[in-house]
Design a protein around this ligand. Sequence first.
Ligand SMILES: N[C@@H](CCC(=O)N[C@@H](CS)C(=O)NCC(=O)O)C(=O)O
Length: 284
Amino acid sequence: MSEETYTLPKVWQWDKESGGRFASINRPIAGATHEKELPAGEHDLQLHSLATPNGVKVTILLEELVELGIEDAEYDAYPINIGEGDQFGSGFVAINPNSKIPALLDRSTNPPTRIFESGAILVYLAEKFGQFLPTDPSQRAECMSWLMWQMGSAPYLGGGFGHFYAYAPEKIEYCINRYAMEVKRLLDVLDQHLASNTYLCGDEYTIADMANYAWWGALVLHNIYDASEFLDVASYTNVVRWAEQIEERPAVQRGRRVNRPWGPEETRVVERHSPADFEVAPAD
Ligand SMILES: N[C@@H](CCC(=O)N[C@@H](CS)C(=O)NCC(=O)O)C(=O)O
């Protein structure tokens, strides 16, 4: 919208949809829109999520923990269809007042612990099971720095670049330039760091890699927003090398399938309750 056609009102009012994909689920108020209880399985850990990058971070960590043989890390994962407004159901809002996936309920504590914000969930699980988060204070600080860097960067990549490049109802050069520049700068930060580091914290694979892989791997390996060529992602060779290395891990491949109601049908694991769910072929 140009200055010629838009006059700033004194006080912004929500009087019409902004247009574009997801416009119908966006609103300027918080809280539940309808009563809806969440389903519950048998494990202590109950995940309510979707296989978007923010969701996949958590399922990768859970699958890595399960792969280590940690039985208490077994979990039930239920899909939240954000396109249909499931995130505004009363049960979901009770575990995430911010109405965004992912959200986790840990019923091994009394009372149960709710955790929202993907970064907080990763730290909670890593600390609970003593894995994928260094204990040495300096290494831990490096890990937390890259984790927070990812949490701070995602809104530029998704909410900024992705929104204006792929979802907005019109292509606005100013917005696309602003966010493409920032995303390329962030890619360069990562690329320069990974030129001399196997993983983000050196030799150790941590939750910082899982969180960053979920977003940057989607960009450099899976053409998220259809923007590979536009952003010339292939030129960030160290990021591509690192993302490919992470994606070879079986737990990462499983984590990417959980709560994913799209993609080839035989790869979908819309609900996950046990490792056997990855083996079940869809019914004819
Ligand atoms: N900072 C949050 C962001 C979560 C987020 O943006 N989730 C999106 C999907 S990737 C969502 O649930 N969107 C639904 C909505 O905005 O209504 C986190 O990392 O957990």
